[in-house]
Each structure stands twice: as structure tokens, then as C-alpha cells.
Ligand binder design. Structure first.
Ligand code: G
Ligand code: MN
Length: 392
């Protein structure tokens, strides 16, 4: 009987199916068995080995049993990709493990298996050979699974588009809106940072995203034009996965034609890390949207690693400077220096600039000095349903 001082290891042999492909399923299974006999069992002869399926084992061992430390040590140092002798040749094998150490986790046997599985899950996602369980892993993975199930059950009407005004620096007039996806759940309205990664993981973002794009372009052609004029624009945020959607350019082209809007009034926001690599499908989409006549913006500029080369290589029209650079503009010398450099580059290359995240008016003077064209932020208005701005 295991106690809290046990260790449980979830082992997945050939988790990426490479040996199955290279040697065939049956051969891979017998290589895996040989690996367990030749490599794993000798490390810790007193451990209990339970076979869970063709290529999965569960190893459990109490601290009191001999070889406990050797086993932990081996998982840390020795185990990983392997060659296993298979008659006169040697076969290659990937091995992935999740290790749950009872003394660290204060969990009993049933829970330890779950912790070991969680650690294995993390190891597989991170593509490392061994991961040690942390109490938060089970919680985190369960929350992601719940969210995915919940998202799958949601229907299009649970999602809507909110709009945040963007004003011209010259006269503070609203000249356009950033459209922002929102998910209406029983526990409140969620912004994309709460569900984007999970939605992408289950391929749900593409349909939800298309629905939102359709709504935004329809709103642009109707209520936004009527209340903010026929030069007002709407901006769309496109995630990495949406940008790799080969049919997206055609879809947006169809919407622009159906609603008869000037394509320059459709702003496309992409984050710099999604387009810095040229020759990718994301970069092709950006070029395709530019060819349609859309206005291309780099979103959150300065929030991550700036490569800036896309200014030369991609058809960028607008730089949206991230709020982390704008927030301290009045007080921080170095932020001012960075933003000054960005504004000089923008002026020299004919790019327009938007300042994001304006929460008070004390920064507006500096923005004018740097030649910002537009500003956006809670000071001018939070993201709200369109009716808030148009009164319709
Ligand atoms: O990455 P992107 O710039 O598209 O993010 C837009 C998000 O930024 C919106 O969800 C919005 O809620 C948030 N946001 C917009 N304006 C402000 C602001 O003035 N302050 C803060 N803290 N967040 C803002
Ligand atoms: Mn944005």
C-alpha cells in the first residue's frame, strides 16, 4: 500500500508516434517493452510497474523501498530519448514522463496518479522529457478543459463585438472604433485574453472570429457611417491562427464588396510577433489584405520584442504604440526616448501612429509633441456595445 511518501511516475513511451511510424506499431510496442525491462526496471527493482496501454506505464514506489532516490535521479538525468537494443540493431525511442513526488505534493495515492498525469501532460505540451508535478497543474489543466467544453457548447449569439472609440489628436473627434470580441457567460463578460488560447486550441476561434468580423463590417457600413461619417473606420484584431486561415482574405473581400465600404476604412490589427517571419501564411494574409486596400496596423507595438524590420518588408500603414510605453511617458525618460525614436521612424516612413491606453489627459501634450495622429483609451471611452456610442 502506498502512502504519502510514495512517488508515482506516468510514462508515455513513443508519445509522438515516431517509433510507430518508423518501425510499425507491433515492433514499436515490443521495443517499448524491452525499454521497460532493460532500462526502467533495473534502475529501481522494487518499484511497481503497471501497464496502462500499449505504450503507457505507471511506476510507483515508496520512499522506504530501496532505489527511490536513484529512480528520481534517473528521471532527472538519464531518461529521455533512447536507443534500445533490438536484436542486432538498436532502435530509437522517445520517452516522456510526469513525476509526482508525494512528499512534495502532500497527496495520497489516487491523487498522486492524477498529479503524475498532469505533469506528463505538461511535459508533452512543452516537448520536454520529464516534468515534475506542481499542485497547480491539475487545477490549471482542469480549468482549461472546462473552458474548452464550455466554449464548444456556446453558440454564436454568446459572442458579440464591443467598440472602443479612437479619436483624432487634432480635434479629439471620434474617427473610428476598435472592434473587440466579447464572450457573454453566466459569470460575466469575458475579453479574449481569458479564452483566446483555449479557443485556438480547439479550432473554434476561426468561426467565432469570422462571425465577429462580419458583424464589425456590417456595423461600419450602417450605424458607424451614419453617426461618425463615411470616412470613419473600424479596426479588426486578427490572431495568429486567424491569419493562417487561407480563406480569410476572400471572406473579408466578400464582406467589403457586399457592404460597399471603402476597404481603407477596414483597419487590420496584427501583433508584430505574428508577422515578423516573412514567407509565412500570416504574412501572406497581411499582404493579401493590403492588396484589397485594407489599412494594416501593427498592434501593441513595444509590448514584446520589436524587430521593426516589418516596417521595411511588410505593407504597414499604422503603428499602434502599446499602453505600457505610453503609461509612463510623462515621467519616464527612457520611455520618452523609445517613443521619440518610434515617432521619428514613423514620420520618416510615412506611417500614422495611434497611442493606446490613454487613461488621463496629462499625457496628451507629449503625444502632440511626438506627432501622434490618433489616441485611444479609457480616458476617451471603454470598449462598449455599439449602441452606447451611436445611441441606436
Ligand atoms: O491588444 P489590444 O490593444 O487589441 O487590446 C485591447 C484591450 O485593451 C481591450 O480589451 C481593452 O479593454 C484594453 N484597453 C483599452 N484601453 C485601455 C486603457 O486605457 N487602459 C487599459 N488598462 N486597458 C485598455
Ligand atoms: Mn488591438
Amino acid at each position: 500500500m502506498l502512502n504519502r511518501d510514495a512517488t508515482v511516475i506516468a510514462v508515455s513511451v513513443d508519445p509522438y508516434h515516431r517509433a510507430v511510424v518508423a518501425y510499425g506499431h507491433q515492433a514499436a510496442v515490443s521495443i517499448a517493452e524491452r525499454f521497460v525491462e532493460q532500462v526502467l526496471k533495473p534502475i529501481s527493482p522494487r518499484a511497481r510497474f503497471e501497464r496502462r496501454s500499449d505504450l503507457q506505464w505507471l511506476i510507483s514506489l515508496s520512499v522506504d523501498d530501496g532505489g527511490h532516490d536513484a529512480l528520481i535521479d534517473a528521471t532527472r538525468r538519464k531518461l529521455g530519448a533512447h536507443t534500445v537494443s533490438d536484436g542486432d540493431r538498436s532502435a530509437f525511442l522517445d520517452v516522456c514522463m510526469g513525476v509526482a513526488i508525494g512528499a512534495d505534493l502532500r497527496a495520497d495515492e489516487a491523487d498522486l496518479v492524477r498529479h503524475a498525469d498532469a505533469a506528463l501532460c505538461v511535459a508533452l505540451t512543452r516537448r520536454v522529457h520529464v516534468e515534475f508535478a506542481h499542485p497547480s497543474m491539475v487545477r490549471q489543466i482542469s480549468a482549461e478543459v472546462d473552458l474548452a467544453a464550455w466554449l464548444t457548447r456556446s453558440v454564436e449569439r454568446d459572442f458579440s463585438v464591443f467598440y472602443q472609440p479612437i479619436v483624432a489628436m487634432a480635434d479629439r473627434r471620434v474617427v473610428g472604433y476598435e472592434s473587440l470580441l466579447r464572450w457573454h457567460t453566466e459569470s460575466g463578460v469575458l475579453a479574449p485574453d481569458a479564452f483566446l488560447a483555449v479557443a485556438e486550441g480547439i479550432s473554434l476561434l476561426a468561426p467565432i472570429g469570422r462571425h465577429a468580423i462580419g458583424e464589425a463590417i456590417r456595423d461600419l457600413a450602417t450605424d458607424i457611417t451614419e453617426t461618425a461619417g463615411d470616412e470613419a473606420f473600424v479596426s479588426l484584431n486578427l490572431s495568429g491562427q486567424q491569419l493562417s486561415d487561407e480563406g480569410l482574405v476572400c471572406y473579408i473581400d466578400g464582406l467589403i464588396r457586399d457592404h460597399r465600404v471603402d476597404p481603407a476604412r477596414v483597419w487590420i490589427e496584427v501583433r508584430e510577433d505574428q508577422v515578423v517571419r516573412l514567407e509565412t501564411s500570416a504574412a501572406r494574409t497581411v499582404n493579401g489584405l493590403h492588396d484589397l486596400g485594407c489599412t494594416i496596423c501593427v498592434d501593441d507595438l513595444g509590448a514584446g520584442f520589436s524587430a521593426l524590420r516589418y516596417v521595411r518588408d511588410l505593407p504597414v500603414d499604422v503603428l499602434k504604440v502599446d499602453r505600457t510605453l505610453i503609461a509612463q511617458l510623462v515621467h519616464s525618460h527612457s520611455d520618452r526616448a523609445v517613443v521619440r525614436a518610434i515617432s521619428e521612424m514613423a514620420a520618416a516612413t510615412g506611417l500614422r501612429m495611434v497611442a493606446e491606453g490613454i487613461e488621463s489627459d496629462d499625457v496628451l501634450e507629449v503625444l502632440t509633441e511626438f506627432g501622434f495622429d490618433y489616441a485611444q483609451g479609457f480616458f476617451f471611452g471603454r470598449p462598449e456595445p455599439l449602441a452606447t456610442w451611436t445611441g441606436r
